[in-house]
Design a protein around this ligand. Sequence first.
Ligand code: UD1
Length: 396
Amino acid sequence: MKRHKLICVVGARPNFMKMAPLLRLLRCDGHFTTALVHTGQHYDDNLSGRFFHDLQLPAPDHYLCVQSGTHAQQTAEVMKRFEPVLMAEQPDGVVVVGDVNSTMAAAVVAVKLQVPVFHIEAGLRSFDKSMPEEINRIITDAISDLLLVTEESGRRNLLNEGIPDQRIHMVGNLMIDSLRQGLAAARKSDILRRLCIDGRPFALATLHRPANVDHPEQLDEILGAFQEISETIPLVFPVHPRTRAHLDRNHFARSGNITMLEPLGYLDFLCLMSNSSVVFTDSGGIQEETTALGVPCLTLRDNTERPVTIEEGTNMLAGTHRSTILAAWNKMRVRPKVGRIPALWDGAAAERCLAVFRNYFVAGSKTPDLSSCSLAEFGTPRPRGTGTFTELGPGD
Ligand code: UD1
């Protein structure tokens, strides 16, 4: 039987938890061989290495070492360095996830070499083209052969953009597969004890969007709200490097009951998130994870590309001004939002993705046959990587 070769591409922190469960399943399946490419858009231990360890991702077969730059530089570097890999590997398909610069860059390279692109987390739209991720989403979706969606809004948006229905598949949410698989290990994390908040109510905050952190007046609005909120409930704030750079550059004075930390690994963060009373964030993925965990979430934006987290989940838009954030917090405090878990966010999204891929190659039909999927387990043997990436051990 011919095994179909898939190149799986990751580049930045939010990609790793989406790719891990799928890669694990693909590697156990007789129909496929895989190669993992890490572009190196996120490159340090805090945003990358630790996630490979926590999610039991194998070392990449190719590490492109792209690192930072302007959007054009970063995108161009991924394209330049990914093209020779594709030419050497000659795969049957390229799997990309999410909406970061690496996603779009890899998709463009593949499609120009006439390699089919499979986009996971397709169809999400904020309808806000000032967000770099929105541009990445639109371009990637327009050129992908298979579009795998996490929520019904994704299908609607793609149909509205003229994508044929046969190419769109509702598979659920791979990130929730990782969350469910990681919860038991996350419960063993000692992060609550280390922060002296074990058994106490606390709020968790994350912030990294350029629109929120790159301008001092805007950052000041949000930090002002955090400071006031922290007088009611202690706030734990793992700080993204982009945000840290702006805080340092503008000499922001710290006050209030806020604990600022370096970015955390997946399991420590999951432990904090699942134990927190409320989460303040501008991240896309955290809006979904809090909905899956039933934890109230206040999103520090005016829009979201993940409307199901508001319509069905625990998410609420809080805007980006001190006054709007405080108003949303006061509302949430009085009546915390209760939600339900959206359809197919059940921990089995990787199986559905696999079924779609099998059908694409094996059955030659576009209707997925879900009957013969098997569950992936943590702990499958790791293939040896051939790239220059150094896999991190538990002590790193
Ligand atoms: C990127 C993604 C965003 C995602 C976010 C999660 C794009 C357009 N944006 O934004 O969708 O939600 O990742 O974190 O792709 N840096 C480090 N160490 C690292 C990586 C980055 O210090 O390992 C620094 C960079 O040098 C840069 C800043 O962090 O100064 C921002 O990194 P960048 O790659 O531009 O993207 P993010 O803001 O993280």
